[in-house]
Design a protein around this ligand. Structure first.
Ligand code: UDP
Length: 375
C-alpha cells in the first residue's frame, strides 16, 4: 500500500502488549476516545521510537513515522505510515503536516552518544537542536499544539543528590545533555509564546526489548552497555571494556538506572493522554529508581546468558557522571505510571531474547543464500 507522496504504508498486525494492560486499567481517557488520534512520531524507526509506534498502533492511533534512517532501521517499523526524510526539509514537513491534522507530535530523533557528543559537539547541536527548531517551526505553522519530547538524565550532569528529582539543578557535563536541555528551554518559551503544550520525559538508561523479540536495540556501531555485554556473551566481540574503575562508587564503576523501553513507551502514552485531556506542560523523570554499576550489569548478564563475559578495564569515558539514579515519583503520582520492569535481570532477559533472535535471523538468511547458491 502507498500513502502520502508515494510513501509506503505498513499495516502489519501487532500482537497485544503492555498497552492493553493500560486500557484494562482505564488509564487512557483520551487517546482512545472520540475516534483515532493522529500522531506524528519523529524518529519512529529508532530503538525507543519503534517501541512507541507499536504501542500507539495498539491504541488504535493513526501513526505517521518520519525518520531519515541515519541511525534507525526500517526493520524496526511494524505499523503506521512511514515517511523517509529529515526535519531540515521544510517542504517535506509542510507536505506531511498539510496531509495530516496531527493531534500531537512525539520526537525521538536525536543522536544520543555521550562520548561522540564530546568529540563532535556541532553534530549534536545541528541534529538535536537545530532540527528540533525546524520541527517546532512546522508545528507552529500548522497549528499543532502538543509535543512529547525525549529528554534525558544527562541534563542534570554530576548529581548533587541521589535519587535525582526533577527539581535537581541542571548542569550537563556533555554536549548531548546540553542540547536536550536547550530544547527543554525552547519548549518552555514556545509554550509561553504559542501555547504549545509539551511533556519532556527525562530518560535514564533505556534498555531491554519488546517481549515479542520483533523489535529491540539496533545501533551501528553499538555503544550502549547492555547490548555490548550481550554481544560479548554471544562471542560476537571478544570482551567488554569497562570505562573507568576509579569512580567514587562501591566497586569503582559508574552506576546507572536502567528502565525498560516498553515502560518508557507506556509513560509516553500517559503523557499523551494528559496533553489530549488539556493538561499543562510538564517535565518528568523516567527511571526504575534502582542503580546498578557497570560490573553489576555484567554480573546480571552472566546470570541471564549463562556465559562468562571477558572484561578489560579501560580509561574513563569523558563526560560520564559517576552515578545517575532517578526518582520517578512525580510521574507515578501525577500520571499513574506503573513500570512493569523494575528488576534488571528481567530487563536483560528481554534484550537477550531479541539478541538471540537477531543471530538466528542472520543464520537463517546465510543458510537460505547458501541453499539458493547450491540449487
Ligand atoms: N560503558 C562501559 N563500557 C561500554 C559501554 C558503556 O563501561 O562498552 C559504561 C559507560 O561508561 C556508562 C555505562 O556503561 O558508565 C552506561 O553507558 P551507556 O553508553 O550504555 O549509557 P549512558 O549512561 O551513556 O547513557
Amino acid at each position: 500500500m502507498v500513502g502520502l507522496n508515494g510513501h509506503e504504508l505498513i499495516n502489519k498486525p501487532n500482537k497485544p502488549n503492555k498497552l492493553n494492560e493500560l486500557n484494562k486499567l482505564n488509564k487512557l481517557k483520551y487517546v482512545m476516545t472520540n475516534g483515532d488520534k493522529k500522531i506524528l512520531v519523529v524518529g519512529g524507526a529508532g530503538y525507543i521510537g519503534a517501541h512507541m509506534v507499536r504501542q500507539l498502533v495498539n491504541a488504535r492511533c493513526d501513526v505517521v513515522i518520519l525518520d531519515n534512517l541515519s541511525t534507525g532501521s526500517r526493520k524496526l517499523v511494524h505499523g503506521g505510515e512511514f515517511v523517509q526524510g529529515s526535519l531540515g526539509d521544510s517542504n517535506l514537513l509542510d507536505r506531511v503536516f498539510g496531509a495530516h491534522p496531527f493531534d500531537a507530535v512525539m520526537h525521538f530523533a536525536a543522536f544520543s552518544q555521550v562520548g561522540e557528543s564530546m568529540n563532535q559537539p556541532l553534530k549534536y547541536y545541528r541534529n538535536n537542536l537545530a532540527e528540533t527548531v525546524a520541527l517546532l517551526d512546522a508545528m507552529v505553522r500548522h497549528d499543532v499544539k502538543r509535543f512529547i519530547f525525549s529528554s534525558t538524565a544527562a541534563v542534570y550532569g554530576e548529581p548533587v543528590e541521589i535519587p535525582i528529582t526533577e527539581l535537581h539543578p541542571c548542569a550537563p557535563t556533555n554536549p548531548y545533555g546540553a542540547t536536550k536541555l536547550a530544547v527543554e528551554h525552547m519548549l518552555a518559551d514556545c509554550d509561553a509564546a504559542y501555547g504549545l503544550k509539551y511533556t519532556a520525559l527525562r530518560y535514564f538508561n533505556a534498555a531491554g526489548a519488546d517481549e515479542s523479540g520483533e523489535i529491540g536495540e539496533l545501533h551501528d556501531p553499538e555503544t550502549h552497555l547492555i547490548p555490548i555485554v550481550l554481544k560479548a556473551a554471544t562471542g560476537q566481540i571478544d570482551h567488554i571494556q569497562v570505562f573507568g574503575t576509579d569512580y567514587p562508587t562501591t566497586d569503582g564503576t559508574c552506576i546507572r538506572d536502567y528502565v525498560h523501553v516498553n515502560d518508557l513507551a507506556q509513560a509516553h502514552l500517559l503523557a499523551l493522554d494528559a496533553l489530549l485531556g488539556g493538561g499543562e506542560s510538564a517535565v518528568y523523570n523516567l527511571g526504575s529508581s534502582n542503580g546498578y554499576s557497570v560490573k553489576e550489569v555484567i554480573g546480571k548478564a552472566e546470570v541471564v546468558t549463562g556465559k562468562k563475559i571477558a572484561v578489560v578495564e579501560a580509561q574513563r569515558r569523558p563526560g560520564d557522571p559517576a552515578i545517575l539514579i532517578a526518582s520517578s515519583e512525580k510521574i507515578k503520582r501525577e500520571l499513574g505510571w506503573t513500570p512493569a520492569y523494575e528488576n534488571l535481570e528481567k530487563i536483560i532477559r528481554t534484550a537477550w531474547n531479541w539478541h538471540l533472535k537477531q543471530i538466528l535471523n542472520v543464520q537463517h538468511r546465510t543458510l537460505n543464500s547458501l541453499c539458493s547458491a547450491i540449487l
